[in-house]
Design a protein around this ligand. Structure first.
Ligand code: ATP
Ligand code: MG
Length: 388
């Protein structure tokens, strides 16, 4: 996993040999200071994109207009971006124009937070004009420059501040926080997809509740779909973004339309439906047929939901797992008969009766009325069928 750092150093050497400057910048420097792993090693350079393309053998132009070239010479792809300043921001989300500059300080100045505005030389020296290390030591997130202006330029930065706070368990510096409060309504300039990405990172962070609390207290919540109720998130923790989104729906009266509002995928929607179904079954004592329907990880998550919602259950997850393991079948598709068998035995046409009968057969197996055996189920079927 150190490969990216080695490749980055080689890239820097090569650029320096060609007579330009290059430094590691952004999240990798922050995480290096925090002693956290980060393989997303970005490089900033005084060389222009076309100069970078001339220096290296294998490059991909991933955004020349913004100054970014991907260098592939050393195995790992390394992003190399020309020092730049940005101006304009008339849409509150991206600069109208970018200007390439030859000075690192100018480049660092455009970055969002002091901890993200540091650079690291290849020999390990920090370039830290905005006291990023001191702010990291004090566990505060602090805008670079005038916070109000920085959020006016790009409203997404408000959510990024909150996201970093919950990931790192840092607080947001007072002036920066006041500025978020003041500019909260401008979050509506930002596309909902980008908001979804930041919320996913908040949901999966170590201290998700802290993020929810910031969203509520800065009143950003007034401009985002759904309720952000800090109290509902006490104890919540998951590394799985789908679990986060499902829980967000649950604490919003199981409002599944929120997933559409945030443009989540159909896969996310299916997951949420399933987990909310499992949770509801759990509150109903989890009947055997439902035990079959959900796998252990779903049952586990549903139990966690109950815990986070302060619902006291008369059984634990381990009890459920034990109950599940003693069932005669572990999944509905393990039933020894199929719809085809039913049609053969009854010479009736395909129809809704097939699914109903199979469900009843599963219940019969679960209740011990029949073994999960084709011959026995055939007898059971005829007895059942001849009655009906
Ligand atoms: P992560 O580890 O989550 O990727 P990161 O700090 O690397 O965090 P990126 O979105 O990858 O975040 O951005 C890389 C760097 O670009 C940031 O560290 C910051 O210096 C700068 N940056 C990113 N987004 C913005 C923004 N909206 N405004 C100003 N600077 C930004
Ligand atoms: Mg990054």
């Amino acid at each position: 996993k150190k490969m990216h750092w080695q490749a980055a150093k080689k890239v820097i050497n090569t650029i320096e040999q060609a007579g330009f400057e290059a430094f590691i910048v952004g999240g990798a420097v922050r995480d290096y200071y925090l002693k956290k792993e980060n393989n997303d090693v970005d490089i900033a350079t005084s060389a222009l994109p076309e100069e970078i393309q001339a220096i290296f053998h294998h490059t991909i132009d991933v955004g020349i207009a913004h100054g970014t070239v991907l260098v592939l010479d050393f195995g790992e792809p390394i992003e190399v971006t020309t020092y730049r300043t940005e101006s304009g921001y008339s849409d509150h989300r991206r600069p109208d124009t970018v200007h390439f500059v030859r000075n690192l300080k100018e480049d660092l100045k455009r970055r969002d937070f002091t901890m993200n505005a540091m650079a690291l030389s290849k020999s390990g020296d920090y370039i830290d004009y905005y006291n990023g290390r001191q702010h990291i030591d004090n566990k505060v997130i602090c805008a670079v420059g005038e916070p109000l202006q920085r959020f006016e330029e790009d409203a997404l930065r408000m959510l990024r501040a909150i996201r970093f706070a919950s990931q790192l368990q840092f607080s947001i510096e007072y002036q920066t926080l006041q500025a978020i409060h003041q500019k909260a309504s401008t979050i509506s300039y930002i596309s909902i997809e980008r908001i979804q990405v930041e919320l996913s990172k908040i949901f999966t962070s170590k201290h998700a509740q802290m993020g929810i609390e910031y969203i509520e207290n800065t009143s950003l919540s007034n401009y985002l779909p759904g309720k952000f109720n800090t109290h509902s998130w006490t104890g919540f923790y998951s590394e799985d973004r789908q679990v986060g989104w499902a829980y967000f729906c649950l604490v919003n009266e199981s409002d599944l339309s929120l997933l559409s509002a945030y443009r989540c995928s159909n896969k996310d929607k299916l997951f949420t439906k399933s987990i909310l179904g499992a949770y509801e079954s759990l509150l109903n004592g989890m009947p055997p047929i439902d035990l079959l329907r959900y796998d252990l990880s779903m049952l586990k998550t549903a139990c966690q939901f109950a815990e986070w919602q302060n619902k006291v259950l008369p059984f634990s997850f381990d009890d459920l797992a034990d109950r599940k393991s003693t069932l005669p079948i572990q999944h509905i598709n393990e039933l020894a008969i199929s719809g085809r068998d039913l049609m053969e035995w009854s010479s009736k046409k395909r129809g809704a009766w097939i699914k109903q009968t199979l469900d009843t057969a599963i219940l019969a197996v679960l209740n011990g009325e029949a073994n999960n055996d084709k011959q026995q189920l055939k007898e059971w079927f005829h007895a059942f069928h001849d009655e009906g």
